[in-house]
Ligand binder design. Structure first.
Ligand SMILES: Cc1cc2nc3c(=O)[nH]c(=O)nc-3n(C[C@H](O)[C@H](O)[C@H](O)COP(=O)(O)O)c2cc1C
Length: 222
């Protein structure tokens, strides 16, 4: 499965099997995380066999066997959220290609425990965790806005633009807000996200998905 296929198969999963992550899978995830951290200058960290980063209320109500997660952190800079959204999308979808399921949590988690277990430097900000594991199911597609709600193109939109918008609509967003606007003109694209909780993370996630769907070679950002 490649990343494009992973986008089409991924949905949030909150109920997991007890099955631990095999050592080889952890190795592959850690290699990818290292490359993301170096490329984007962020600090993401894989934690396995630990449930303490999810808030107790959530853990005992609507989730099961949450035992592995990736802590999303980095230096206190203005574009940190967008970079973590972009890098987080990459590791979430890479995990899907390895046969794992995922759940992005930026609200109901225990930041102190995530910091301690993830070995996050005290000066870093933490912007959420991505839970991963073997799901009891593969989740279900989210309720989605339509192309005209989230995009506009001056003139006849080319295939790559339409495909990019369709792919962005499959992305996870906080509270499923899908509050993005993708504008195109010729081979120029701009993507914005309405202000609100996690809007920086969501912007990075949407950019990542649009790029996979549209093909990075077909456009440049304004
Ligand atoms: C940045 C971000 C933060 C999220 N935070 C939470 C959260 O705190 N709790 C939760 O249950 N789900 C959270 N989610 C999951 C979303 O509710 C979910 O992605 C959305 O409803 C779309 O569904 P899908 O992931 O199945 O496509 C978050 C998702 C994103 C992208």
């Amino acid at each position: 499965m490649d990343i494009d296929q992973a986008i089409r198969e991924r949905h949030t999963v909150r109920i997991y099997k007890k099955t631990p992550l095999p050592a080889e899978i952890c190795k592959q995830l850690n290699e990818r995380i290292k490359a993301i951290n170096e490329g984007l200058d962020v600090f993401m960290s894989l934690v396995t066999n630990d449930y303490s980063a999810l808030s107790t209320a959530v853990r005992i109500t609507f989730s099961k066997n949450v035992n592995n997660y990736i802590v999303l952190s980095g230096k206190n800079e203005s574009d940190l959220e967008e970079k973590l959204g972009y890098g987080g999308a990459d590791i979430m979808l890479y995990a899907q290609t390895l046969g794992l399921n995922s759940w992005w949590v930026s609200g109901t988690y225990n930041k102190g425990n995530a910091r301690e277990k993830g070995g996050i430097p005290g000066s870093n900000l933490i912007k959420g965790i991505i839970i991963i594991g073997y799901g009891e199911n593969n989740g279900t597609p989210h309720k989605s806005k339509s192309t005209i709600d989230v995009s506009s193109y001056s003139g006849n939109p080319p295939f790559w633009f339409v495909r990019g918008v369709g792919t962005a609509l499959l992305a996870p967003t906080a509270m499923n807000r899908q509050a993005f606007l993708i504008k195109g003109s010729g081979d120029k694209v701009s993507i914005t996200y309405d202000k609100g909780p996690c809007s920086g993370l969501d912007l990075g996630i949407i950019k990542y998905h649009f790029e996979v769907g549209a093909g990075r070679e077909n456009f440049s950002y304004e």
